[in-house]
Ligand binder design. Structure first.
Ligand SMILES: Nc1nc2c(c(=O)[nH]1)N(C=O)[C@@H](CNc1ccc(C(=O)N[C@@H](CCC(=O)O)C(=O)O)cc1)CN2
Ligand SMILES: Nc1ncnc2c1ncn2[C@@H]1O[C@H](COP(=O)(O)OP(=O)(O)OP(=O)(O)O)[C@@H](O)[C@H]1O
Length: 190
């Protein structure tokens, strides 16, 4: 199956999975990073998150958590499908007063906000494998950013239903350092 066919199938699966979750469950998951994940994150690390869409694994509680622990936190900023993605400082994870709506309706910091290079990056995904393979939205935003910033610790956040046996891989694909789902953590992969 091609990456595009898989994307279509997995996006539908993700949407159906989230639609079927009881509200109470939706607010209980991804509240706190699991202990083995915290062991991968130095105290002074700057953190990159993403602003989750309605069927993506939620990140708002992690944003508040890392902020309260004193970490500098940031979110992706991009102006169009084929432009470079950057990370910009996220200063108000409680009220999100510093965000504006960007392309695809994704909330992001304004261009007035300082650029940050995260040491640890939480990565959105459409599909993943148990060895850290990742299928994204297909814009190449993360692949290109990670190619330019080798050494970044990456952590995928996903629903369990996004796990696949295998993914078509291309030379530019960069595997994740770990994946966290509501039921378990995969990795860290050395
Ligand atoms: N929340 C979030 N922020 C993100 C990403 C992401 O995947 N999720 N990105 C990851 O690279 C970057 C933005 N790149 C994107 C590239 C393509 C599409 C896209 O094709 N969206 C489709 C389908 C959405 C769906 O059904 O899930 C669309 O909006 O039509 C979205 C974002 C940076 N910020
Ligand atoms: N390091 C890179 N340099 C230049 N182009 C790249 C690089 N990585 C990926 N691309 C291009 O980006 C496009 C999308 O790649 P791919 O389908 O692997 O995206 P993805 O990993 O699923 O999603 P994303 O990185 O957007 O979350 C492809 O056309 C690919 O050639």
């Amino acid at each position: 199956m091609t990456k595009n066919d898989l994307r279509k199938q997995l996006r539908a699966k993700r949407r159906e999975h989230v639609a079927a979750l009881p509200d109470s469950m939706r607010t209980l998951v991804f509240m706190r990073p699991p202990a083995p994940l915290m062991e991968m994150i130095p105290d002074d690390a700057t953190i990159g998150l993403y602003h989750a869409g309605s069927s993506e694994a939620p990140t708002a509680a992690y944003a508040r958590y890392f902020f309260e622990q004193g970490h500098e936190i940031s979110l992706p900023h991009f102006s169009a499908m084929n432009t470079r993605m950057q990370f910009r400082r996220f200063v108000d994870p409680h009220d999100e007063s510093d965000l504006e709506t960007g392309p695809f309706g994704i909330k992001q910091p304004t261009t007035a906000t300082e650029e940050i290079v995260p040491d640890v990056l939480f990565v959105p995904l459409v599909g993943f494998t148990e060895t850290g393979g990742r299928l994204g939205q297909g814009g190449g935003h993360y692949d290109r950013w990670l190619a330019a910033h080798p050494g970044t610790t990456t952590v995928g956040l996903a629903w369990d239903c996004q796990l696949v046996e295998a993914l078509p891989t291309e030379p530019h694909d960069i595997p994740l350092g770990a994946v966290v789902t509501p039921t378990r953590m995969y990795g860290p992969f050395a």
